[in-house]
Design a protein around this ligand. Structure first.
Ligand code: UGA
Length: 468
């Protein structure tokens, strides 16, 4: 099929590359000249597994880049809108980019086109896109507007796209649904997975991908409600972790006990320093705002956000209670990205904690396997960077773990201990077993679990820890 994808951000770029891998001819449209030039030159602007392979496989043949929206729409049967929907000051989604694309598309709608919103948008956006296109003079029978929310996660975006739990398509008539079924047929029929160059199937995925066809409004709600539910799951377990800390229970055991109930499930039950990224914080806020506008006061979401913020404050308090005063303390920090496997630092709880600690006068040396360049662009120059986890720990009064990178869960603990000035680790992601840390000589604090200390540590140094 001939497809245009408007917007080469995270979703647009991954979707465009994956559609090309499914065998479609894709034009990726963006008005950022520098970005387009970089993409045409073979650069990959985001850190995402398999994306470089897909881009180099299809660039210049099944995947082309353009700044000419009009021509791309003319040449395509399906147009995916994947432009940004940043939050406004009031927490609503700013839909002005979506609106301007809808307006610009109008003149190019000649024969039948399906216009698909793929950006995360509030309910009613499809209706508005349709109104804008009609208002600008398009023939009502010459197009349909559909909603096709994307559920990919950063770091595993390509495999999430190609091996999805489900594909959700919101259409208000059969003609449009047929076109979208055809777009995804290689995944829903299973044909893609048999092809020679197919990306390998990850564990815990099942193929072929199921497709769920709903009304456009339901599809729009599915996207916001899914993200809000996952954020709620994280805040819920973080609140339970705080309870565990109060009573001396172990949140890992509690998670295991809760998560084995198949109605609840174990995923997204990892406690920590709260959720971040470009999606959950923005989407929970936007869903809250759209609910209010639709006449429903969704106060549960306020609490989800409050617990999330609280989680960062609790972590800073933990650092204070381990080190007493903070001014002038040297801290090693592992992790700046909002989660492991990405260089994205948007709304990263790690960055927010680093900023809070620097404001308290801490001197910080940080290491992140992918996010240091991006951090350097936005952070004050007092933050120092290390070239490894061990270097970040060298001479530090304590080491903080703020991002769940796999490499941080597999450190040489003896070596780490030797590097630190004091063997104190405050782990915001629960990457280690408290007993193992104590056995390796650390005083170790984590989230929702009793702190631990090695045998023989004087009582005055234990500060709320217990012998492993
Ligand atoms: C999220 C959703 O998971 C995707 O399904 C969705 O498509 C995407 O938003 C979007 O709307 O575009 P993403 O933001 O890439 O994906 O990252 P997640 O893996 O969901 O993690 C979000 C945050 O929650 C991270 O800060 C992570 O550290 C945190 N998290 C996640 C926890 O604190 N605990 C968990 O158990 C899981």
């Amino acid at each position: 099929m001939r497809i245009a994808v408007v917007g080469s951000g995270y979703v647009g770029l991954v979707a465009g590359a994956c559609f090309a891998d499914l065998g479609h001819n894709v034009i990726l449209v963006d008005n950022d000249e520098r970005k387009l030039a970089a993409l045409k030159n073979g650069q990959v602007p985001i850190h995402e597994k398999f994306l470089p392979e897909l881009l180099s496989r299809h660039r210049g043949n099944r995947l082309t880049f353009s700044d000419d929206l009009h021509e791309a729409v003319r040449a395509s049967a399906v147009i995916f809108i994947a432009v940004g929907t940043p939050p406004t000051e009031r927490g609503e989604a700013d839909l002005s980019y979506v609106e301007s694309v809808a307006r610009e598309i109008t003149g190019a709608v000649d024969d039948y086109k399906v216009i698909v919103e793929k950006s995360t948008v509030p309910v009613y956006t499809s209706e508005w896109i349709r109104k804008i296109i009609l208002r600008n003079g398009a023939d009502p029978d010459s197009f349909d507007v559909a909603s096709n929310p994307e559920f990919l996660r950063e770091g595993t975006a390509v495999t999430d796209f190609l091996f999805p739990d489900r594909i959700v398509v919101g259409c208000d008539n059969d003609r449009c649904a047929t076109v979208l079924r055809e777009v995804y047929a290689p995944l829903t029929s299973g044909k893609y997975y048999e092809s020679a160059g197919a990306i390998p199937q990850p564990d815990r995925t099942s193929i072929p991908a199921p497709i769920i066809v709903t009304s456009t409004k339901s599809a729009e709600l599915i996207k916001h409600a899914s993200n809000a539910f996952l954020a709620m799951k994280i805040s819920f377990i973080n609140a339970v972790a705080s309870m565990c800390e109060s009573v001396g229970a172990n949140v890992n055991q509690v998670c295991h006990g809760i998560g084995t109930d198949s109605r609840i499930g174990p995923r997204f039950l990892n406690p920590g320093i709260g959720y971040g990224g470009s999606c959950f914080p923005k989407d929970v806020m936007a869903f809250r705002a759209v609910a209010r506008e639709c006449g429903y006061d969704f106060r549960l979401l306020d609490e989800v956000m409050r617990i999330n913020e609280d989680q960062r404050d609790r972590f800073v308090k933990k650092v204070r209670s381990a080190l007493w005063t903070l001014r002038g303390k040297h801290l090693g920090v592992l992790g700046l990205a909002f989660k492991g496997g990405t260089d994205d630092i948007r709304e990263s709880p790690a960055i927010l904690i680093v900023q809070a600690l620097m404001q308290e006068g801490c001197k910080i040396t940080a290491y992140d396997p992918a996010a240091m360049d991006r951090t350097q662009e936005v952070m004050n120059s007092n933050l120092k960077y290390a070239s490894s986890a061990y270097e970040a720990a060298t001479g530090a009064d304590a080491l903080l773990i703020l991002t769940e990178w796999e490499e941080f869960a597999n450190l040489d603990l003896r070596r780490l201990n030797d590097e630190l000035k004091y063997p104190i680790v405050i782990d915001g992601r629960n990457l280690y077993d408290p007993e193992v840390m104590a056995a390796n000589g650390f005083i170790y604090y984590s989230v929702g679990r009793a702190a631990s200390h090695p045998e023989g540590v004087p009582a005055a140094l234990r500060n709320g820890t217990k012998k492993a």
